[in-house]
Design a protein around this ligand. Structure first.
Ligand code: HEM
Length: 252
């Protein structure tokens, strides 16, 4: 992660990143490109852009995931067919997975490094702090992210590998969901994770849009209507599934 004493200041690194190729004459186009990527990564705004873009990749995956999972209410066989359909892409599926894994790693590494920089810039906390602009969603973003990471590891062990799912059958996700989510502690954990996901998307999508210059600054969290609606739709859509198993709406 390379966050040591030799790290250039975030602003000087960003300025260096944008220097014209002429300053790298003789080093070659490859060296210039490597230098550019390195310097952007070293800058604070560069890390924020990486967080924004990788977060948007995550949101893209999540939206398609919730949409395909909701078929469990209307046509459980379609959920199983979709799992088989995805496998029919062979190596292309692994390319998509690799992009997703790389996005998650970059997102987490940038988050940890930005948090360290923030702490280094203000090692002694405020004596009293009355939040002015922040919302619960923004203050819980790091904890929420940690809960989501733990959830994803459990979730893969539950519904992809079947290690913690006693009724697991490969390529039968509709059956595997029922076997897993009819256990109330598991359903409860899913619901807690979905609440974290909703808060994470609410603040994260807004923050990404601010970083990328799409939104103007706003002091009012409720003005963040589009990220809020997206968060409610995604977290609500996912949460409906464990709730439906808990209350017997979906068959066991
Ligand atoms: C109620 C909520 C959810 C349900 C019922 C659910 C269901 C599933 C199922 C059945 C699979 C296996 C699909 C297959 O083998 O083809 C799966 C895979 C996966 N889920 Fe979820 N999911 C939920 C929420 C989430 C959330 C919130 C995330 C991320 C934050 C997530 C990330 C993943 C990932 C990364 C995979 C592996 C995809 C792959 O194999 O390439 N899921 N999920």
């Amino acid at each position: 992660m390379g966050e040591g004493a030799a790290t250039p200041s975030p602003t000087s690194a960003f300025r260096t990143a944008l220097r014209s190729p002429s300053t790298h004459r003789g080093a070659g186009a490859n060296a210039y490109a490597m230098n550019l990527v390195h310097n952007i990564w070293q800058s604070t705004i560069g890390k924020k852009v990486v967080m924004a873009l990788t977060g948007l990749i995550g949101i893209g995956f999540i939206v398609s995931h919730v949409a395909s999972n909701l078929a469990i209410f209307t046509n459980p066989a379609a959920v199983d067919d979709y799992a088989k359909f995805l496998r029919s892409f062979g190596p292309l599926l692994w390319v998509a997975r690799a992009v997703l894994i790389a996005a998650v790693i970059l997102h987490v590494v940038a988050a940890v490094q930005l948090t360290r920089r923030k702490q280094a810039a203000r090692p002694v906390g405020y004596r009293s702090q009355e939040p002015q602009v922040s919302s619960f969603a923004s203050r819980s973003i790091r904890w929420g992210g940690a809960i989501l990471l733990a959830f994803v590891v459990f979730h893969l062990a539950d519904l992809t590998w079947g290690w913690v799912n006693p009724g697991f059958v490969h390529l039968q996700p509709s059956r595997n969901m029922a076997a897993s989510l009819t256990r109330w502690p598991v359903a409860l954990f899913y619901l807690v994770a979905m609440a974290s996901l909703g808060l994470h998307i609410w603040h994260g999508a807004w923050s990404a849009m601010r970083t990328l210059g799409v939104y103007r600054p706003s002091a009012h969290p409720l003005k963040r209507a589009v990220p809020a609606l997206l968060a409610i739709a995604v977290a609500g859509g996912f949460a409906a599934i464990p709730l439906a198993y808990l209350f017997g709406i979906l068959p066991r």
